[in-house]
Design a binder for this molecule. Sequence first.
Ligand SMILES: [Zn+2]
Length: 395
Amino acid sequence: MTRRLFDTDVYLKEAQARVEAVEEKDGKVWVILDQTIFAPEGGGQDADHGWINGIAVSDVRENGETIRHLVAEPIPAGTEVTIKIDWERRLDHMQQHCGEHLLSGVIYERLKGNNKGFHMGAEVVTVDIDLPEIPEVMVLEIEEEVNRKIQENLPVEIRIAEQLDELADVPLRKKPTVETDIRVVNVPGVDCVACCGTHPSRTGEVGILRILRADKYKGMTRIQFVCGMRAVKYSTFEHRVLRELNQQYSAETANLVARLKKEREKLASLEQELKAYRLRELDRMMEELVREEQTLLVRTFENMEAGMMMNLAKTVLKEREAVCLFGSLSEKKVILMHNLEELHAGKIFKETIQTVNGRGGGGASSAQGSFQEGEDLKQFMEQVERTLFSEKIDK
Ligand SMILES: [Zn+2]
């Protein structure tokens, strides 16, 4: 049995202990101590990290009444050791965890929504509430209410009940999953629930809670949030992004959204104009290609979608006998399409493409090739053009 010092004093950052046993399995070394300040993984919360006699501890697991520490190298049984936790990590866990209690308590109080899942990720924390939707205005109210409870600096009381019936008059948010030695975490007037995680002794230590998103998730609502230093860092990051946007759009934060909307409308109108211009340009090009006297039509376009290029060739081939060798520099693609009997487009592409850096092939009347570099495309087109000349297309 490992004595759990963190259950009675969550602020213990360093202590003395004795190594009771060392287990080596699958290349991993686990150490069991007589007592520990390392809280194991559990209930959605990650394990504490830290050091045993300066040797790194990177995971902590609970197995019945024993707590095992994953260490970087073996420590002999019987060794007296100094144990130390990574306090920044632990404080972060306590802030997120306590924030979760406050958030769940406020949501239960206001909407009767139950927390059905809790996960503390490295970046954000999530809770799944069994409500199909929470309106945005309500999300903002909940966030404000939780922060009010943080500022009231309420006590976070821990009580251990040996039997479930001792808790008959305790307003538990949900029924405990264990029947004996139940650890109850109570924030008076906000939340009361059985929990074995680590929590600060007053809500003020959570600092701040920010809800980042509330999304529909499997018939429930998944809320993403951050507390404490995570929330401070997130706010700093957001502020930097906003400042950058304000500079780029010469706008104040208050009118940034209106400014972006205006820019988007301007862009949409320009896109429409460009589309109309391109269609006119395509018509003009098609007429020119149809009128052309030569059979072999070679064109390189600076900016043209591959599909558009194929449509252009198809339209020309409907009107007259021709061999269209078209390249698009913007898409780095080449097409060869024709309506002559004696040519095999795929064969020509296959033979030539090996000499440059590209991929492609096709059938008798149509072939395509794509390239990494514009230079390869140009070189390829020149070679294909020479081959087509040697085939005496234009007699
Ligand atoms: Zn808890």
